[in-house]
Write a protein that binds this ligand. Sequence first.
Ligand code: TYD
Ligand code: MG
Length: 458
Amino acid sequence: MAKVQAVYICQSCGTVHNKWAGQCTGCMAWNTLVQENASAPPGALKVETSPSRISRMGKLSFETLDTVDVAPQRMATGIEEFDRVCGGGIVPGSAILLAGDPGVGKSTLLLQVTARAALNGLKVAYISGEEAVEQVRGRAARMSLSKAPVDLAAETSLRTILDALKRETFDLVIIDSIQTLWSDAVEAAQGSVSQVRACASELVRLAKKSRTAMILVGHVTKDGQIAGPRVVEHMVDAVLSFEGERGYPFRILRGSKNRFGATDEIGVFEMGDIGLREVPNPSALFLGENDERASGSAVFAGIEGSRPVLVEIQALVAPSAYGTPRRAVVGWDSGRLAMILAVLEARCGMGFGQKDVYLNVAGGLKINEPAADLAAAMALISALLDQPLPKASVIFGEISLSGEIRGVSRMETRMKEALKLGFSTAIAPGQALENAPLEVKAYAHMVNALGAFDLTET
Ligand code: TYD
Ligand code: MG
């Protein structure tokens, strides 16, 4: 029997250490190393060179690159916001990781997806390791999905699940969640990296072999990393994350990896009493109620995937009570905020130094586009000067470290959507736009953009 050797595996990133340490050298997280027994590392390849063995292994055949490209066929589940993020439907035999905070609505989403897919004629199974069959049934009843022909089971043993899936083939199988599964081939606690990795690799292999699409649910830790199963990320074909801020009904499904489609698409849902409702036109969702904007509020004309989305960005600047002023940001990158503040200080002489600065993206949306720089900067200046921005104006543009305002992609699409929603002016980068749908106040540099404010008092 192989010698069992104790190793220490980081539960956050999966780095293997021979000795215990307080901090993982891979991801620098503290207290994440857990002892696990590695008799044979999963997937370890035993190289045998005896000729008899090689002849038994079969021959590798090469092909040319020059073959007719067949686009993968896709199974549409019928939940369009979900299909869009998958690239137009789920590819048979693909493995998808759906990651999200506990309680964000992953099980709800997948129950709705499976029910709709089953009603559309796909053969689907929902295997829950977290909830009893009665609980899932109860939720289905609440959402009036009881009639959908979904095969439902509660099971955590990988062997039992694999046996069942070998006996009967499905188009789509949901595993909720990968952290609750355990394999008797691995000596490690349920939910540990070794277990998660072993279970996921078996399931992914089965998916490829049987052409069953597999969706694995993974819970994420507080800092946004997929707990333990970050190791799963590179085994699967697509990683979708389900996001939402507590207290807001909106939920965003975002693809962060997709071997079969674009990764910048988002799906927008609203959580209600009877499950998730699709939001096919989210452009005005994150705008807030008021037409009259207070100082510190700016409307960013953004693009999420293929769709324009208008978002309110709110800034607050207040005298600091502490030696080191606070910088807090929700829905945007804090590094980006620091950069914009530095540009405003160094290039425009705006003094934020001893002030607390808060920046918030309305509605719980997370913005990743650099095109939001100018909107954030204008919100910050507006808050600092206590002057509202011009009425009915939208803002977009990227700011460079020199303070220059750069053009962004799809400026016309952004403006057209704003026009539809009743905006009349765009505060935009210097490139003159011919036949722009809105009146454009174009600025080439942040110093010029200050012209949107009355600076006589300061
Ligand atoms: P759930 O799908 O169990 O989350 P996850 O699987 O990601 O842990 O969602 C649980 C939350 O969703 C819970 O806080 C209640 C809420 N919810 C609703 O608001 N309305 C509904 O119709 C359902 C089914 C859930
Ligand atoms: Mg769940």
